[in-house]
Design a protein around this ligand. Structure first.
Ligand SMILES: CC(C)(COP(=O)(O)OP(=O)(O)OC[C@H]1O[C@@H](n2cnc3c(N)ncnc32)[C@H](O)[C@@H]1OP(=O)(O)O)[C@@H](O)C(=O)NCCC(=O)NCCS
Length: 325
């Protein structure tokens, strides 16, 4: 399947530029609509799309008004992301959601290269938008061009592994216990100890060895584990095009910074690359997770009333969701 050319949510919609978007660029630049430069910029964006199959998106709000752009530009060994929105009646509020969507899309569909944004040290607004989308400052990439200082932020990256690296095991175990302690629905009763969790983790290690399961880990540019999950393919010829996504979790200390979306993007990419066309997952009712997964195109396909006993007297529904890839 090829990467979608548009991204649409209730709040914001992103599409490749058209010639008439020169008017938006002129407004952003503060130059007359018929100036030559904005038209040139849009032409460059359109050529980039033709050459690479991705590029700069024009963002529109729910009423269809163009409010800015999020750009992706191919460099030799990284992809640069840029963002500009109009200042005015709330347009800048769409910068965060637009940025979040674009970086997750990049992780799911684009060449597997670092995604970087550079920002002037005083431009705190852009830096905030990038950090809200999960990007982190990578000081060793900061540089000066023509006397201007630039700070560089980089997006976390995804590693797909067919075994649990020894060094990752400890971090995974620690995160799993912490997520459970923080009330996460990751297969254990509250207070489960490390030994119990380790036994289940080692069960996955055995599955990974058999080759029907992949570990998908989200890592910060500094190498910290930010989240993980497993893509589990069932055995049997009739279901070889399906997979179940299991134990999806992110670091509780860094929630709300798009890591869940980035992890889902990485899991979908990994599944698709393994020939999977249909994914399922299940979650514990009463956790609000249905809403989270609906954002990523899942719909509820089944519910086992009272199928999950969290504690005596606290039975929850086991809910099954699915989506095609
Ligand atoms: C579910 C989970 C992976 C999401 O990760 P995250 O790092 O918080 O994700 P993001 O930052 O990308 O997304 C946050 C958004 O999802 C929403 N969200 C996250 N968890 C949610 C939940 N349990 N119920 C409803 N919404 C949720 C947040 O409200 C936030 O919404 P906003 O963007 O409108 O502010 C993470 O919360 C987690 O690890 N939970 C515990 C483990 C768990 O229950 N896993 C599910 C197994 S089926």
């Amino acid at each position: 399947m090829t990467a979608p050319r548009t991204i649409t949510t209730d709040l914001v919609s992103l599409q490749p530029p058209e010639e008439q978007d020169a008017a938006l660029v002129a407004e952003l630049m503060g130059v007359p609509e018929d100036a030559e430069r904005p038209a040139e910029i849009v032409r460059g964006w359109r050529e980039h799309w033709d050459e690479h199959g991705y590029g700069t998106w024009i963002a529109t709000d729910a009423s269809g008004r163009r409010v800015g752009f999020v750009g992706l530009r191919a460099h030799d060994d990284f992809i640069r992301v840029t963002i500009r929105t109009l200042e005015g009646q709330g347009e800048e509020d769409l910068a965060g959601p637009a940025m979040r969507l674009v970086v997750a899309h990049a992780l799911e569909w684009l060449p597997d290269l670092p995604l970087r944004l550079r920002v002037a040290p005083e431009d705190l607004a852009t830096r905030f938008v990038a950090e809200f989308a999960g990007m982190v400052h990578a000081p060793d990439l900061d540089h000066t061009v023509g006397g201007d200082d630039w700070q560089v932020l980089e997006l976390p990256w995804v590693r797909v592994a067919d075994k649990i690296p020894a060094r990752a095991r400890e971090a995974m175990l620690r995160m799993w216990v912490e997520v459970n302690e923080a009330g996460g629905a990751v297969g254990f009763l509250p207070g489960a100890d490390e030994g119990e969790v380790a036994a289940v983790l080692d069960g996955y290690a055995a599955q990974l060895e058999r080759g029907d399961t992949s570990l998908v880990a989200l890592n910060s540019p500094h190498g910290d584990l930010l989240g993980f999950g497993f893509v589990v393919r069932p055995s049997g010829a009739t279901v070889a095009h399906t997979a179940n996504l299991e134990r999806i979790m992110t670091d509780p200390a860094r929630r709300g910074t798009n890591h869940g979306a980035l992890l889902m993007a990485g899991m979908h990419r990994a599944a698709r690359e393994r020939g999977v066309e249909l994914v399922t997952l299940d979650y514990r009712g009463g956790t609000g997770l249905g809403e989270f997964y609906t954002r990523f195109g899942y719909t509820e396909v089944g519910r086992v009333p009272g199928g999950v006993r969290v504690a005596p007297g606290d039975d929850r529904d086991g809910v099954i969701m699915a989506r095609s890839l």
